[in-house]
Design a protein around this ligand. Structure first.
Ligand code: SF4
Length: 332
């Protein structure tokens, strides 16, 4: 069996922007497009967690929608278990969608407040025509609820979402994704709307499910502090491009791209002295829409003349790739 489960190659999605709106999007010159996802490539193995990190607007969620085939890419390819699913339609696409599921950020809006937990979790089974008898579907729902540690499952399955806490709701959303036995779960900021005390529980649960069911995750976040707990590899996105990628400890402990350094610098430490610390690089929003050259140019302290050329993702050391003209000088 192929160990590699997903292979995304040179994926690209541009959104056309009307002339009247170009100033609002900081588009300069003749630029007519927002390059939401621009030439993005990565691979994921079975049971592996890839963290995709970046600020809001960096293209993470558009990338997730492309992988889920919710929107069509302009170019590039997506291979799932060795099969090209980039342009798949009809039955082939429906089959693929049982293999990849999504958990959204907000458990208060992602599940229907008028439905009981049983109906919410069994809906994907009905959509994909899995398990025809009602009893079989109910058994699968109970199994999924037990997997996410919502017990007693038969009691919880009769409840409405308003009778559950935020953490329990997110477990229901996770059970809804798990019920069709997916191979990959795309989790878009799955803990960012939860109380701090509940975040660790959900992350622990996701990690345990990964080990138990051999699921791979694409974990999308702007929060690097949670990503290290769950991730194996990380891809840092800025303005639609991956600027640095590699094993998560290697990237977070030895960041080579100035943008990665700025993101890490922005994470608050639980240390009162940290309040006085000068941030090395400040993130500047809305300054990244240049059409040629490094997209971080306008915010980067180390910007040089050569940076007006397009940097490519280059290998610094095994499995650690970085797109910055400065990286050979090891600025840290
Ligand atoms: Fe900064 Fe240049 Fe590196 Fe871009 S390529 S991050 S502008 S040093």
């Amino acid at each position: 069996m192929l160990n590699e489960i997903l292979n995304v190659s040179n994926l690209r999605k541009y959104f056309h922007v009307k002339k009247s709106l170009r100033d609002s999007f900081h588009l300069h010159g003749d630029a007519q497009y927002i390059k939401a996802v621009d030439d993005v490539s990565f691979k994921i193995n079975r049971g592996e967690v890839l963290v995709i990190a970046g600020e809001s607007g960096s293209g993470k969620s558009t990338l997730a929608r492309l992988i889920l085939r919710a929107i069509e890419p302009d170019s590039g390819s997506i291979f799932f278990e060795g099969h090209d699913i980039t342009r798949k339609r009809g039955k082939g696409l429906k089959n693929f969608r049982t293999k990849i599921q999504m958990v959204q950020q907000d458990p208060y809006t992602s599940i229907d407040p008028r439905w009981r937990v049983m109906d919410i979790v069994s809906e994907p089974l009905a959509i994909h025509h899995l398990y025809f008898s009602r009893k079989e579907r109910e058994d699968e729902v109970i199994k999924a609820l037990e997997n996410v540690r919502l017990e007693p499952a038969s009691e919880i399955s009769n409840k409405f979402p308003h009778m559950l806490s935020g953490g329990q709701r997110q477990r229901v959303a996770l059970a809804r994704a798990l019920v069709v036995n997916p191979k990959i779960i795309v989790a878009d900021e799955p803990v960012s709307m939860l109380d701090i005390s509940v975040r660790a529980e959900i992350l622990q649960l996701m990690k345990a499910l990964k080990d138990k069911l051999q699921i791979s995750y694409i974990y999308i976040t702007h929060d690097l502090s949670t990503s290290r707990y769950i991730g194996d590899n990380i891809a840092i996105m800025y303005a639609g491009k991956i600027v640095e990628t590699g094993p998560i400890n290697q990237v977070l402990l030895n960041p080579l791209h100035p943008y990665t350094q700025a993101l890490i610098d922005a994470v608050s430490e639980p240390d009162p002295n940290d309040l006085q610390r000068e941030k090395t690089i400040r993130l500047k929003h809305g300054a990244s829409k240049t059409d040629v050259g490094c997209r971080f140019c306008q915010s980067c302290l180390y910007s040089m003349e050569i940076c007006s050329e397009d940097p490519i993702l280059e290998q610094k050391e095994t499995n650690h790739l970085v797109s910055c003209f400065l990286y050979p000088k090891l600025i840290r």
